[in-house]
Design a protein around this ligand. Structure first.
Ligand code: C2E
Ligand code: CA
Ligand code: CA
Length: 734
């Protein structure tokens, strides 16, 4: 008995109570304790039947006093399985059989087990919940067992917490690195993945500040923003560069969350992060594939268009002009065909390098595909004229640079010219499509002008373009509407005697002026219409030769027919010519085909084969516009020409320009060396004729001897000539 307390007897028990307190009072207190206790208190008699059931037990289990009184506690509140299982365990411990049920508790108690154990209780509604239960025997003052006291507490909340902790622990050991700091950013915990990723062991990291991982790559502003968001929303995620223990810097995807206690006070920060180096590599690979040309590593068309959009948006604000340059290598296909694609590729790579050198930083050089490149120049000033001059200066620099020798195969130098089309822009003055198209049109103007040139797109060009579209549709009808006329122009020998003629096409749209061939054949060539037109010309020429053959005065005259490159490239060209000759029963020797040099640059073998096949029939070939192209002497020797036709641009100033005179002399000498006859076209003056005769030219064509005219007119004048008594046709050299 403690000092200051006094002993009282309550029932048979002697009970200590505080001094000044009476026992009956205390019995009441005791009762009140049982009734108001937070835990479930159940008292049974010695065989386990309920004799007391406190309000907490009623609340916890959902039974009322009358539901349970006198019933066996074990069978109402406990799970059968659990009781049986514990009976088995106890049987094994005590080495004797324990009957499940009330016996289980007795057995435990008999061994002095009064400490708490986890059990499952069943509520009246059948639901289960975990409790911690202690059962103690109750004895009377004589030591006689009078019953059992069971005190149980609901541990569901505790169990849930435990489960959460288990899950958290598992998550903590996940693949992602986890770092937990206190509110002052001092590291309190890290996981294994953290160590693997950063190289810092838990021991090294704990106690350090989180800034241990800072890479220094990001500016103070970045971190300020991060903390700002974290403070505002309690959360931040994003990409960040951190540093490993080894010093290596890597990108990571980081999520930081605040942890607050029940009062809302910040206690911790939890950061999870993973290394995204691989992801970034894959991302940049995709980016490269999508936006760069794999061969030259230049931006591709898509990226160029992106940048063009940006440039135009910027130009709209600044009002500065920009320029788009489309660059196309002249005759690139030829190099590809003759030397192979490897060499072609190497050349393109070299072109890309040169382009990059020619432009300023901030300008873009892109490969549009094939041998076509696009350069975008920005910030060319506020004045269109000045911008044009600047763009032209860059274009000229590019043109010169690209025309330098390329060493793409050992010991061999290649030269390649380029044509450049330029279109200026200012903000959104035109759509991207229109802008590209205009540069393209300018490029083709350049190509038409003989390649190796620079051309601008301007409004006059647009007008020409519109006219061209109209021309194209009318040209389509011209053939079916029989609007073409074939003219003929005389060719004579040194004595001005007629030896043959060249056919020259004209277009006569009804009610309009006659259209010269230079105004429609290039378009016909582009659209492919030149093929049926050319066939018509050959057929017409053969039909005239047929008529001439029946005329003794004309049967030795040959006809020279102009053949376009596209027409000659037709797979069945040889057969078509042979068929026309046969159809009109014409001597093939009287048909001469005029080819131009540009035709010889493509696919040499095929050209030679076709020429030889026609030569075998007797058809002859003349090389038209000679001197204006690039063909070398050795190159020409590969083709079975019979004649060179000196371009009329050399003949025009032959008497006054010593350079032209020298060129013509050289061409004639060259013709002689190659055993080719030489015909001069565009002879307008006597002195030109004299000069040409003096230097060994044998055939002549030009206004001096007759203009191009319709066949009937031509035949009439011939009739006039033949009426003269001079011995006419028999002496004509063919
Ligand atoms: P080309 O083959 O060089 O034809 C000669 C051109 O010179 C002709 O122009 C002719 O009218 C012109 N000419 C003839 N003598 C003189 C002269 O003394 N002085 C001057 N200044 N010019 C003279 P045209 O008829 O306008 O033909 C131009 C071009 O059209 C021809 O050039 C030829 O390349 C092409 N062409 C003409 N007919 C045909 C054809 O049937 N088929 C094809 N594919 N092209 C043709
Ligand atoms: Ca010609
Ligand atoms: Ca010519």
């Amino acid at each position: 008995m403690t000092e200051g307390s006094s002993g009282h007897i309550c029932g048979q028990h002697e009970i200590e109570v505080a001094p000044g307190k009476s026992l009956p009072e205390f019995c009441e207190i005791q009762h009140a304790i049982l009734e108001s206790a937070g835990r479930s208190i159940i008292v049974t008699d010695t065989v386990g039947s309920v004799i007391y059931f406190n309000p907490a037990a009623q609340r916890m289990l959902g039974y009322t006093w009358s539901d349970v009184v006198g019933r066996e506690a074990v069978s109402i509140f406990h799970l059968n399985d659990e009781v049986e299982q514990r009976a088995r365990i106890l049987s094994a411990e005590l080495k004797r059989k324990i009957t499940p049920g009330f016996e289980v508790f007795i057995a435990r108690l008999s061994r002095g087990h009064t400490d708490e154990h986890d059990w499952t209780y069943i509520r009246k509604d059948g639901s289960h919940f975990p409790v911690t239960l202690s059962v103690s025997p109750l004895h009377d003052s004589g030591g006689e067992l009078i019953g059992y006291l069971g005190i149980a507490g609901d541990i569901s909340r505790h169990r849930n917490l435990e489960q959460d902790l288990r899950i958290a622990a598992m998550a903590f050991d996940s693949q992602a690195a986890i770092l937990v700091t206190d509110a002052n950013q001092q590291i309190v915990r890290v996981n294994q993945a953290f160590t693997t990723l950063t190289g810092y062991s838990a021991k090294e990291a704990v106690g350090q500040r989180a800034s241990l991982l800072k890479s220094g790559r990001q500016e103070a502003g970045f971190y300020a923003q991060m903390w700002n968001s974290l403070n505002k929303t309690g959360h931040w995620q994003g990409e960040i560069w951190n540093r490993r223990k080894s010093g290596g810097i890597y990108p990571e995807w980081l999520t930081i969350s605040e942890v607050r206690d029940e009062e809302g006070l910040l206690t911790h920060y939890v950061s999870t992060f993973s290394d995204i180096t691989e992801l970034k590599l894959a991302e940049s690979e995709v980016h490269n594939l999508a936006f760069y040309d794999p061969l030259t590593a230049l931006p591709n068309r898509r990226l160029l268009l992106n940048r063009l959009d940006q440039a135009r948006a910027a130009g709209k604000r600044s009002q500065q002009f920009g320029a788009l340059l489309i660059i196309d290598l002249d005759h690139f296909k030829n190099l590809n065909d003759t030397l192979g694609h490897d060499i072609g590729d190497r050349l393109l790579v070299e072109v890309a390098k040169r382009l990059k050198i020619c432009i300023r930083e901030g300008d873009t050089a892109a490969r549009q595909g094939g041998d076509e490149f696009i350069v975008m120049l920005e910030n060319l000033g506020l004045e269109p004229e000045a911008a044009g001059i600047q763009a032209e200066t860059v274009a000229e620099k590019i043109r010169l640079s690209l025309s330098q020798a390329y060493v793409v195969a050992t010991n061999a130098k290649h030269f390649h010219s380029a044509s450049i089309g330029i279109s200026l822009f200012c903000g959104h003055d035109k759509t991207t499509d229109v802008l590209l198209k205009q540069a393209d049109i300018a490029l083709y103007k350049g190509k038409d002008a003989g390649r190796n040139t620079i051309r601008f797109f301007d409004n006059a060009m647009q007008t020409a373009l519109d006219a061209r579209a109209g021309l194209e549709s009318r040209l389509h009808q011209a053939l079916t509407h029989k609007e073409f006329r074939l003219f003929v122009q005389a060719q004579v020998n040194t004595d001005r005697e007629l030896i043959g003629a060249e056919t020259l096409i004209r277009w006569q749209p009804p009610g309009e002026a006659m259209v010269p061939p230079d105004d429609f054949t290039p378009l016909a060539e582009e659209t492919g219409l030149i093929v049926p037109i050319g066939l018509w010309v050959i057929d017409q020429a053969c039909s005239h030769l047929r008529r001439w053959a029946d005329n003794p005065e004309m049967r030795k005259l040959y006809l020279a027919v102009n053949v376009s490159a596209r027409q000659f490239r037709q797979a069945d060209f040889v057969e078509q010519v042979a068929a026309a000759l046969e159809r009109h029963r014409v001597n093939p020797k009287l048909l001469k085909l005029e080819l131009t040099e540009s035709l010889l640059l493509d696919n040499v073998d095929s050209v030679v084969n076709k020429m030889q096949a026609l030569r075998a029939l007797g058809v002859r070939f003349s090389l038209d516009d000679f001197g204006t192209g690039y063909a070398s002497l050795s190159y020409l020797k590969r083709f079975p020409f019979e004649q060179l036709k000196v371009d009329r641009s050399f003949i025009r100033d032959i008497a006054t320009d010593p350079d032209d005179a020298a060129i013509v002399r050289a061409i004639i000498a060259m013709g002689n060396t190659l055993r080719l006859s030489v015909v001069a076209e565009g002879v307008e003056a006597d002195e030109q004729h004299v000069f040409l005769v003096e230097h060994g030219c044998t055939s002549f064509q030009g206004y001096l001897f007759g203009r191009p005219m319709p066949f009937d007119e031509f035949e009439e004048t011939l009739g006039d000539c033949s009426s003269e008594p001079v011995e006419p046709l028999d002496n004509w050299v063919i």
